[in-house]
Design a protein around this ligand. Structure first.
Ligand code: SF4
Length: 255
């Protein structure tokens, strides 16, 4: 059953209240001070693993290959990048030399491909992807030309730029929600999304918040991570628990 627009507005407003409270307690996700290329690699790593681990593993990667310099990585043999990525259990501290990703081979080639494209098109500096335009759509299109970047990572990076890294000039009407498994689960269970499709989640976010469709990204992501687990959602403590329709069956079989 489709939910009414007024119900969806109540849910989204409650989510935004929750987000404001979390922000006032300084629970931001991301370090604002990281250099641009490190930030871009963190987003690239953020797939099929907890985001904190993905963020931390970029630092371990840097320790292993000795640099995060885009031009150096672009020239580095793929085998060296792959060795650092997959780790080596024979090293004296196996914990320090664990694999940095579930798919080290794929990520190694994304990493090298990303650096090569950065050198060729953006003088080795990711800030040239976003600093010379206000258009979030254009930034998203540019990012989607990099290996490993689809809608989810591109809009996640843009949302972080606008929300956490102080990139104020960007046209927020063009920033979409980043649809990952957590956001999808919350949109389906609350009934914000009528259909289980990325497009529907993007469209309803645009309809609810045309001035900034991506504004629901962080609260939905937080609720998905901290309350709305695949099998044991904590509806009693959830910030939208009093009004949510709790349609848990919509994701149980597919999470
Ligand atoms: S945890 Fe419960 S109340 Fe919260 S979004 Fe999920 S199903 Fe709804």
């Amino acid at each position: 059953m489709k939910e009414s627009l007024s119900y969806k507005k109540r849910i989204s407003n409650t989510m935004l209240d929750f987000d404001r409270r979390a922000r006032s307690r300084k629970q931001n996700r991301f370090s604002k001070g990281d250099p641009a290329q490190k930030f871009m690699f963190q987003v690239l790593f953020d797939q099929n693993m907890d985001w904190k681990l993905a963020w931390k593993n970029v630092e371990l990667f840097e320790t292993r290959i000795g640099t995060l310099n885009v031009k150096k990585i672009a020239k580095m043999p793929l085998g060296d990048i792959h060795r650092a990525m997959k780790g080596d259990k024979r090293k004296s501290d196996p914990d320090e030399w664990k694999a940095l990703h579930r798919f080290p081979k794929k990520l190694s080639s994304w990493m090298k491909g990303t650096c090569k494209r950065l050198v060729k098109e953006y003088a080795g500096d990711p800030r040239h992807i976003w600093n010379n335009t206000k258009s979030a759509r254009l930034i998203e299109e540019r990012l989607k030309e990099f290996p490993g970047f689809g809608q989810k990572k591109a809009s996640m990076l843009i949302n972080i730029l606008a929300n956490d890294r102080g990139f104020r000039n960007i046209d927020r009407t063009e920033i979409d929600i980043s649809v990952d498994s957590l956001v999808r689960r919350v949109f389906l269970r609350t009934g914000l999304a009528d259909f289980d499709s990325k497009d529907d989640i993007i469209q309803v976010s645009r309809k609810l918040h045309p001035e900034f469709p991506g504004i629901l990204d962080l609260p939905a992501w937080r609720i998905g991570q901290d309350y709305c687990s695949p099998t044991w959602p904590d509806c009693n403590k959830c910030p939208v628990g009093m009004i949510c329709k709790k349609k848990k069956w919509r994701t149980r079989d597919t999470d």
